[in-house]
Design a protein. Sequence first.
Length: 208
Amino acid sequence: MKKALFGFILITLFTTNLNAQKISPAKWSWMLSKANPEVGERVDIIFKVNIIDDWYLYSCDFSRDLGPIVTSIKLKANPSFIALGELTAINPSKKMDTEIWNGEYTYFKHSAEFRQKVKILKLNPIIEGSYDSQSCSDVTGQCVPVKGEFKIDPKIGAGEDLEKKKVQTATTVPQPVKTQTVVTPPVAPAVTPPAKKPTTTKPTTTKK
């Protein structure tokens, strides 16, 4: 009896895990708040999540000790940018749970948006990292992890980093532009020759 029950539990866990691998209840996408940020400018990495019907995604702004997986991101260190502050959730819903978690958590349904502010330090920065979150079904109560990696390669344009630009601005002296005056010689007026007088021919007389 115990072996049969243990086998049933293993099959149930295996089936649940297999279904969790097939289900993708939340799809992430990302972009910068400005397409071509300047060096020294502060911009947001915008993460948007499309959530299928009857599912929800846990937010990032409640206690990790509560129980659910709190949405988070990890940025790979790179000298071309620096993270400012923490990940921010845009208008999540709140719920007080007294049955399972015994506390308040925040979540999203249908769609979610998170923002991470960064400062651009060099041209052509490579912003990459990973995200980790959890989505659950309102119908079955099933929860699955939603995680992945992201990479943003904004094209800021040709040039050099901020420090080199400062040096060039301080040391570069504008050079005067040389001009050359071109003298055009005067054109002599055209001389019209005098008109010739008509020639008169005398008639020839024949002597008889």
